[in-house]
Design a protein around this ligand. Structure first.
Ligand code: ATP
Ligand code: MG
Length: 420
């Protein structure tokens, strides 16, 4: 029989890998809450129009990467979400959140894109993101970038990532820039990739985002955003940059940075690491003032980011996530009989207890290591008669004789002080 495998570009997550994913999402959630963001969870599939309208039908995501399907009941076209900003804006409108702006929302969960799988690039991947909706001030952009930076610092990545930032300007500046790009690239049409020739008609800004070498060779002499920014846009960008500097966030201007999606204006930013090769972008975001209108809502500005949990988890491969498991190790029959109710009592007290059903001490201690127990509690005949347990703290190897009636207190204190 052929061996069953998960679909191409997807993985089963368990053990240490899953623990790292969960760790990234939980740290990110904690930090986001300090900025006043509250969690939202939307369906993993939406009407296709949610993404067609917002991302633009010519975007890579919509034209090549979406998973769509028709339902049996209404024949409507649905899509697995390729990203979550559009879904969260759809939820914002569906639930009348316009009444209480600014809304501060965060999410984490799986996204789906039909891409060529490689390290750090999957067909089902996980994002954490925040959306600050209904705030037009550049200070909101600063807050959102600061939140992303804080998350990466809390994950221990300070010094390993850099913030690249650019401005796309307001609608007027963007149009002027677009015209200049069309004029420039039209003069080099023969050197453009096929994709970029199509972009030239539909969305020339995306040529700047191209990964094709021929396209990239044309970029150094291309017109720059700066020459087309009006005074308002310049002022907006200056306030963002100054705000970041004031908070001590290291940033670098990258005037080639455009985000792949249609709806961005003003600020665009990415946090990049050199540690993951081509898949070095771990977080990207920007301002999307026109998005809610594209979805048929009123004109409400917004700014946010999405970060790649899979890529962040890869950067944390030096971290051995801790478990909260305590291994209970009875030695001999009398102890076995004693330990079953003891396990029950400890579990009711909130401890996570692993106890094998058979095996000698050696085998049981091996298992304690395998499940990543932070402590093992060994109880043999001597311990039984003295009403004691031998507690071994697995990372340090320290052993303690603990009176049975003090066992819970001892374990709790060790767990709280992080001795494990
Ligand atoms: P890339 O240029 O790497 O394709 P993107 O511009 O398509 O990224 P966004 O849509 O901005 O990515 O998503 C934000 C973040 O989500 C990315 O910076 C990345 O960390 C992560 N991400 C995007 N696509 C994938 C994927 N297929 N697998 C794993 N992580 C991904
Ligand atoms: Mg992509």
């Amino acid at each position: 029989m052929t061996k069953l495998k998960p679909p191409r570009g997807t993985r089963d997550l368990f053990g240490v890998d899953l623990a790292r994913h969960r760790y990234v999402a939980s740290v990110a959630g904690e930090v986001a809450r300090t900025y006043g963001f509250a969690e939202i969870e939307t369906p993993v599939f939406e009407a296709a129009s949610v993404f067609d309208r917002s991302l633009g039908e010519t975007s890579d995501v919509v034209s090549k990467e979406m998973y769509g399907f028709k339902t049996r009941d209404d024949g409507e076209l649905y899509c697995l979400r390729p990203e979550n900003t559009a879904s969260v804006m759809r939820a914002f409108l569906s639930n009348g959140m316009q009444q209480s702006v600014p809304a501060r929302l965060y999410y984490s969960g799986p996204m789906f894109r039909h891409e060529r799988p490689q390290k750090g690039r999957y067909r089902q991947f996980y994002q954490f993101g925040v959306e600050l909706v209904g705030a037009a001030s550049p200070l909101a952009d600063v807050d959102v970038i600061a939140c992303g930076y804080d998350i990466l610092c809390r994950l221990g990545l300070e010094g390993r990532v850099m913030v690249k930032i650019n401005t796309l300007g307001d609608g007027i500046s963007r149009l002027a820039f677009r015209d200049a790009l069309v004029a420039y690239f039209s003069g080099h049409k023969d050197k453009l990739s096929e994709d970029s020739r199509a972009r030239l008609r539909k969305n020339p800004l995306r040529i700047l985002d191209s990964k094709d070498d021929g396209d990239r060779a044309l970029l150094p002499n291309a017109p720059t955003f700066d020459d087309h920014l009006n005074a308002d846009s310049q002022k907006f960008f200056k306030t963002v940059c100054e705000g970041l500097t004031r908070l001590g966030i290291p940033w670098q201007r990258d005037d080639m940075l455009v985000r792949g999606l249609d709806y961005y204006c003003h600020t665009a930013f990415e946090f990049v690491t050199t540690d993951l090769g081509a898949q070095g972008t771990v977080l990207g975001g920007g301002r999307y003032d026109g998005l809610i209108e594209l979805l048929g809502g009123p004109s409400i500005p917004g700014v946010g980011f999405a970060s790649g949990i899979d890529r962040l988890a890869l950067l944390l491969d030096h971290i051995q996530p801790r478990t909260d498991v305590v291994a209970l190790v009875p030695v001999g029959e009398a102890s076995e009989a004693f330990c079953q109710p003891l396990a029950h009592q400890l579990r009711r007290a909130g401890f996570s207890i692993d106890m094998a059903y058979d095996g000698n001490v050696g085998k049981r201690m091996k298992r304690a290591n395998r499940v990543g127990a932070w402590a093992s509690v060994v109880i043999g005949d001597d311990e039984l008669s003295a009403s004691q347990a031998t507690v071994r703290l697995m990372t340090t190897g320290d052993q303690h004789s603990v009176a049975m009636d003090q066992l819970e207190t001892f374990l709790r204190a060790s767990q709280e002080t992080g001795v494990q």
